[in-house]
Design a protein around this ligand. Sequence first.
Ligand code: ADP
Ligand code: ZN
Length: 596
Amino acid sequence: MKSENVLIIFSILVLAVLLMNIFNGMETPDAKALKYSDFMHQIRTGNVVTATIVGNTMIEGKFLDGKAYRTNIPPNNPNLVNSLRKHEVQITFVPDAGMPWYISLLIHWGPFIFIFVIWLLLMKRMQGAGRLFSIGKSRAQRADPAQRKITFEDVAGVDECKDELVEIIEFLKDPTKFRKLGGRIPKGVLMSGPPGTGKTLLAKAVAGEAEVPFYSISGSDFVEMFVGVGASRVRDLFEEGRKNSPCILFIDEIDAVGRSRGTGLGSGNDEREQTLNQLLVEMDGFDAMEGIIVVAATNRPDVLDPALLRPGRFDRQIYVSLPDIKGREAILGIHSRKVVQEEGIDFSIIAKGTPGFSGADLKNLVNEAALWAARQNKSALGLKDFEDARDRILMGPERHSMVMSEKEKLSTAYHEAGHALVAILTSKSDPVHKVTIVPRGRALGVTSFLPENDNRAYDTDYLSSRVTIAMGGRAAEEIIFDEITTGASNDIQQATTTVRSMICRYGMNESIGPIALDTDNQQHVFGRDFLKDREYGEKTASQVDHEMRKLLTMHYQKAKKLLQDHIDVLHATAKMLMEEETVDGQQISDLLAQES
Ligand code: ADP
Ligand code: ZN
């Protein structure tokens, strides 16, 4: 039986006994309760045969006719015994109420027990089920070693993440080797990415590959109603880890504890801050060479307290993105190993039709297909079953929010192709690394660059090229669809901020001149800086507005012209994106080179 059930039954028993006690008194069921004066009268008339004096407070006994009686008596009354003796009543003394020990225990302790039980029950209500007797324990779960080991074989579509984790596996396998070599090993790895992309799975696979224990706990388990509980759970978790090192401690949903301190709405969440502080203390407290690797997962890396990301804490960050077309094909392959299927199903067809699906979504798809086929008494799954399952998932009520419609996918393809093409055609830009229309975070697609140098002083040309590139997405959409979607709003913001900085901070505008109108201590959050107190007059402000508009329009026209001049390559790039979802910068350069 579960501990909480025992508790409930126990408290009901206590209540019942208490109630019986109150209503029944200590009465022998058929004894007649007498007034003291009546009792004295009965003695005088010689009607009383026996009297048992219980404690100092009560007399029970029998009358001549055999009937039982009881009455309460005044304490310290020597006359009573005398008059009993005078009328030859058989007297017995019983030291205390003849109640069993447990009843007296209950009478004395009942109220306390009762209050305690109520308190426990209330606490349980606040914390969700099943944690009563483990308050303060880490409740970390050790992965069952009897279960089949999870290895990298079970994870697909995240090859880059695997590469980054190989080193950690080597370390966990033999920490002493690393100790001798003196290499620097991260203590903490933060895995971020959309839900269901396999962050937990990857962490387990690392433990499986290294053959070390895996302890997991969720950030939301740390956050309790009671101050101090979360912190002590963190302590316990790390203690457990030390005892069993080398091992992996996995903290899911770390954002539940790790949100920036002092920013929570209606904040003053001392408990969370204490927990977070304890986590930081523990992270700093162990030596990286002890063989403990803390892996944390979140889908909101943006809200994390920067203190968590400092060196010596979660300083290794891995982004686990939604799988691209090849990744999806491989993931489908993994999960369909467990179902009976026809020979030679081409999963690339299903992979093509499932942009935006996460690993978990694909697992679900295979499961759906199997259930459906079973209901129709099929002996093996065919391609059609998988496609039907996909359609049901896409069109059913649980439509995945990140799943793109075909039209969205097309406009995203042109949008990203626009960015990439403009970037390649603009000499001062960073080289284009790759373009993808696999949704990532809130963006539907991403064009990523390979900056050659991280810390250079940006020159005018470079900043200008960034503005042109930002405009490329929207320009492409306008050329092709003659309509503009909200997908470009982020680009416009970025372009506006850059242009404003060029004019107002870096003095890069000729008609405004080399003057810093915005100073560094002004916060540069878009939209807010316009509301801030200005340190310059109305005339300058409107001049700035005018210059900004002029520049932005100029860059937009420039982007549009570049794309129109290379419209065939734009089409070809978008087509390639539709087919492969991810395209290298080099591939686009090749298309440009072939252009007639
Ligand atoms: P997350 O922790 O990122 O939310 P999980 O690791 O819990 O995601 O993934 C849930 C399940 O989805 C996994 O147990 C696994 O079966 C499946 N899955 C997710 N990503 C992958 C992947 N890349 N390869 C294979 N299976 C995956
Ligand atoms: Zn864009």
